[in-house]
Write a protein that binds this ligand. Structure first.
Ligand SMILES: *Cc1c(COP(=O)(O)O)cnc(C)c1O
Length: 397
């Protein structure tokens, strides 16, 4: 009998490490080694959490909010989340339909686990946020990718969704505004896509993590508000990480029809229990202290918008690069196919030669693009784009 260790599980063997975190880690390691790195790989705001949110958390910690809390979240926070959906979208829901989870990523995973069984298929629009395919696979289901490239503004058409549906399709994942492209669907576009999903009796996981980071007067659409039928089939994920610069807090939210919310809460009760109790009081302050929060958000949005326009203008000056002006999140997704290089090689050489960190589009299921995050300083953007231009000038086209 051999004593060689037996293989780990199929889950452990099949999981793909997060490519965005990998690029970011490499850039940070270079910077720590003293290199002057321009990082465009980070998927988080470069701002600190607004002060009043920290103060509320510290007060809760001092007041002894250090015990287990109800699994789906402290009552006042669930109530405040219901109130904000009512105020922002006119959506009526009960606190029992809200689950607060340890990060929006986990909210998404629980939404997938609540709806997908082994053998099921989930439609994942590409370019996709890197975690969706892995979440679907961890549920034993199969991701079915549908690529919408820059020719359709990185947005699916109803026909593309229709073609991807099979008798096994159970779930449609949507993410508007999008990570990695920043694309925002119009309400009419979503109505048409959701009609297809409802016709085939699919569930919809709507990841609205970037709903508040929109520009040019664009309004985000909360898919659950499209119709009563849409509301009955949609799991809405949102959170605090991106809007309020709270990535390290690990707090995300789900709003779902009562039976799904109950299932998600039960899954969470066995997998993580509640989000850190005192952290939830910080999130509560983000929703309750409206004036402070609005002021902080306005300042961050103003900075993001300025950087978005600058980065977009500078990228389009580089011969060989074409870039659309996305209206949401904090990413641009320029097309680099004219250089005839694989995007992974492009990014590796760019980091090597110019110390500029960008994530290849292929990490998001779309070869031939870069994801550039503009959640970084104006100085880094200016310096980084100049280096990118110098790098591109050395390439053949
Ligand atoms: C950042 C992000 C999330 C999750 O955020 P958390 O940090 O887990 O709260 C979910 N979806 C998308 C598209 C994101 O970019």
């Amino acid at each position: 009998m051999s004593n060689a260790p037996r293989p780990l599980s199929v889950w452990a063997q099949n999981i793909a490490p997060s490519p965005t975190l990998a690029v970011d880690a490499k850039a940070k390691a270079l910077a720590a080694a003293g290199e002057d790195v321009c990082g465009f790989a980070a998927g988080e705001p470069d701002f600190d959490t607004p002060e009043h949110i920290k103060v509320a958390c510290i007060a809760a910690l001092k007041a002894g909010k250090t015990k287990y809390a109800p699994t789906p979240g402290i009552e006042p926070l669930r109530q405040a989340i219901v109130e904000r959906y009512a105020a922002e979208y006119g959506l009526k829901a009960a606190p029992s339909q809200v689950i607060v989870s340890p990060g929006g990523k986990f909210n998404c995973y629980l939404g997938v686990l609540a709806t997908c069984s082994p053998g099921d298929e989930a439609i994942v629009p590409a370019p996709f946020w890197v975690s969706y395919p892995e979440m679907v696979k961890l549920a034993g289901a199969t991701p079915k990718f549908v690529l919408a490239d820059d020719r359709t503004g990185f947005r699916l058409t109803p026909e593309m969704v229709e073609r991807a549906i099979t008798p096994r399709t159970k779930l449609l994942i949507l993410n508007s505004p999008s990570n990695p492209t920043g694309a925002v669907y119009s309400r009419a576009e979503l109505e048409a896509i959701v009609a297809v999903a409802l016709k085939h009796n699919l569930y919809i996981l709507s990841d609205e993590m970037y709903e508040h980071l929109v520009y040019d007067g664009v309004k985000p659409t909360c898919i659950a508000t499209l119709s009563k039928d849409a509301e009955a089939r949609t799991i809405t994920v949102a959170g605090f990480s991106k809007t309020y610069a709270m990535t390290g807090w690990r707090i995300g939210t789900t709003l779902a029809p009562a039976p799904i919310a109950k299932a998600i809460a039960e899954l969470q009760s066995q997998m993580s229990s509640n989000v850190t109790t005192f952290a939830q009081y910080g999130a509560l302050a983000a929703l309750k202290e409206k004036e402070n929060t609005a002021a902080a958000l306005k300042e961050m949005l103003g900075a993001f918008d300025r950087r978005r326009k600058n980065l977009h203008a500078e990228l389009n000056k580089i011969p060989g690069i074409t870039c659309q002006l996305a209206q949401g999140a904090f990413y641009l997704f320029p097309n680099i196919t004219s250089f005839g290089l694989k995007d992974q090689d492009f990014c590796a050489r760019l980091l090597d030669q110019e110390k500029v960190a960008a994530v290849p589009g292929s990490a998001f299921g779309a070869e031939g693009y870069l994801r550039l995050s503009y959640a970084t300083s104006d100085e880094i953007i200016a310096k980084g784009v100049a280096r990118l231009a110098r790098f591109c000038a050395t390439l053949k086209r």
